[in-house]
Ligand binder design. Structure first.
Ligand code: DHB
Ligand code: FE
Length: 279
């Protein structure tokens, strides 16, 4: 039987890629952020997952405003990173797990989620940076990937309640998968940030703390706010918390927080890292 080990959650600010390229991890600006990762890396080295199910949002690379699925699941043999800009390095490709992807898709459709299935799919910094942060010295990524993209970019967005239900349906799929893989779940983005408009630079530590405090034990608390209210509370890009909420759902009912790091600001973002272990 497959085993869901737990999950890590992290911001995915593109300038993290630049800091990695320049080797800036120990500089005063970057150290408080990168210091969040050794416990995640140690846990991954200990538990050795075979598969990563990653909930993230595409930022205009694979999907643009002309075609924007609410939920998209990758079912490709391989995913390449061709980030849309930011001067980020293009990382090594990600091996897919098409059989598990299709199993997840079948469960989601059974549970009445009308997902877009992607047998070819590019991934951006929202997926590549969390991998690079978790496995910084890997020659090839040690896990196969099932990517699940949630629209956090173009309104209308799915509700937090719907994203949590999506994650729970993915949990069902992972729990009845007949393979014997060990699975790590990843949620990326957030926490509060707004990149544009009158409130550019907006962050909200109080709301971020509410999200982090409830993620493990009461994820339903994060569904109390409508998407519009989440924009008001977290900023227009802070709605990336939807990826965290879905990822939390995929962990199943019980999860234990074993690590958290929070630092303001990285670029325009309140940057957070959390580790939750399945219990
Ligand atoms: C920033 C944060 C993001 O989540 C993103 O996708 C792009 C930029 C930022 O803070 O610069
Ligand atoms: Fe983002």
């Amino acid at each position: 039987m497959a085993k869901i080990l737990g999950g890590y959650f992290t911001s995915h600010v593109p300038s993290i890629g630049g800091a990695i390229m320049r080797g800036d991890q120990e500089t005063p600006y970057w150290k408080p952020f990168f210091d969040g990762f050794p416990p995640v890396r140690e846990w991954l080295a200990e538990t050795k997952p075979d598969v990563a199910v990653c909930f993230y949002n595409d930022h205009g690379l694979n999907f643009f405003l002309d075609k924007m699925p609410t939920f998209a699941v990758g079912a490709a043999r391989e995913y390449r990173n061709e980030d849309e800009g930011w001067g980020l390095p293009v990382y090594k490709p990600f091996a897919g797990h098409p059989d598990l992807s299709w199993h997840v898709i079948e469960q989601l459709v059974d549970d009445e989620f009308d997902v877009t299935t992607c047998q070819s799919m590019l991934v951006d910094h929202a997926l590549s940076l969390p991998f690079e942060l978790a496995w910084p010295d890997a020659d090839a990524w040690p896990v196969k990937l099932v990517p699940i993209a949630i629209n956090t970019v173009q309104f209308p967005l799915p509700s937090a309640k719907r994203c949590l239900a999506l994650g729970r349906s993915v949990h069902k799929a992972l729990s009845n998968w007949q393979g014997d893989e060990k699975i790590v779940v990843i949620g990326t983005g957030g926490l509060s940030h707004q990149l544009d408009g009158e409130r550019a630079g907006f962050m909200n530590p109080e709301y971020d703390r509410f999200c982090m405090d409830n993620l493990a034990d009461d994820p339903d608390a994060l569904t109390r706010d409508s998407v519009r209210d989440i924009v008001r509370l977290a900023g227009s890009q802070g709605v990336e918390i939807l990826n965290w909420i879905a990822a939390r759902g995929a962990l199943g009912e019980n999860a234990r927080e074993t690590h958290r790091n929070y630092h303001i600001p990285i670029s325009n973002t309140a940057a957070a890292t959390m580790l939750l272990e399945s219990v």
